[in-house]
Design a protein around this ligand. Sequence first.
Ligand code: COA
Length: 260
Amino acid sequence: MAYQNITVEARDGVAIVTVNRPDKLNALNDRTVDELDAAFTAIGADAAIGGVILTGAGEKAFVAGADIAELATQSPVDGKERSIRGQKVLDRIGDLGKPVIAAVNGFALGGGCELAMACHLRIASDNARLGTPEVKLGIMCGYAGTQRLPRLVGKGRAFEMLLTGEMVDAQEALRIGLVNRVVPPDKLMAEAEALLRKMLANGPVSLRFTIEAVNAGLEMPLAEAQYLEATLFGLLCTTDDMKEGTRAFLEKRPPKFTGR
Ligand code: COA
């Protein structure tokens, strides 16, 4: 698929996906959602890519939401389909099996906040503002914001954001656990990349199974989730990476993981 509204750059095992509609504050129209789906599908299948940084073009916004111009004319059937489509694309990102960091470089509102929450963690520039203002438009979150926000920040804080529609600044987002770190805007991409590369120094299968255990496990009763963890742990014992990682420790040298 030829991209019009996003860019994808790969360097040394890291893909940088940038939503690129700065004149519309990177709002997610249907085409952009389709392009994100295609890009993350391709990245998921590309063994040369270990992880992803997702950001927005320009200095003002990560993503300022779903494209309100498209929402304004939607029928109930369109609305339901758009919501299901967006949820699936965001699930693809969350379940990618490779770490995805959102570099939140400004407004992350509505679908933009939901997109950031679908990533495994979030680093924000100190001028970032996050929120779920859908209720101000007479709608509600449709890309799983009503589910991911309480899971991230707790029910009470989620209700405050979801029901007021008010934004929080980067420091408040940090305080409530909506973002992991806050840095000056000119350090954002370097900080995201340094953190991602720390993860990519670890075994790729370990990362994949850890993501699976957290994502799937949080939706299960504890006993089943623990059984899933034990099963994935057992599977890792069949890998070259486990042999290499443990041997390297005992031989006091850095491991060389192959993802096998
Ligand atoms: N959908 C479509 N277009 C959007 C958009 C969105 N979610 N967010 C911003 N834009 C467009 C604006 O319409 C404007 O386009 P124009 O220049 O053609 O008129 C352009 O992006 C710049 O936005 P503008 O509102 O002029 O910037 P601002 O600095 O005054 O305000 C915001 C910034 C983020 C506070 C404001 O744009 C906003 O409230 N956006 C909508 C946020 C929202 O409700 N998101 C949830 C959607 S479900």
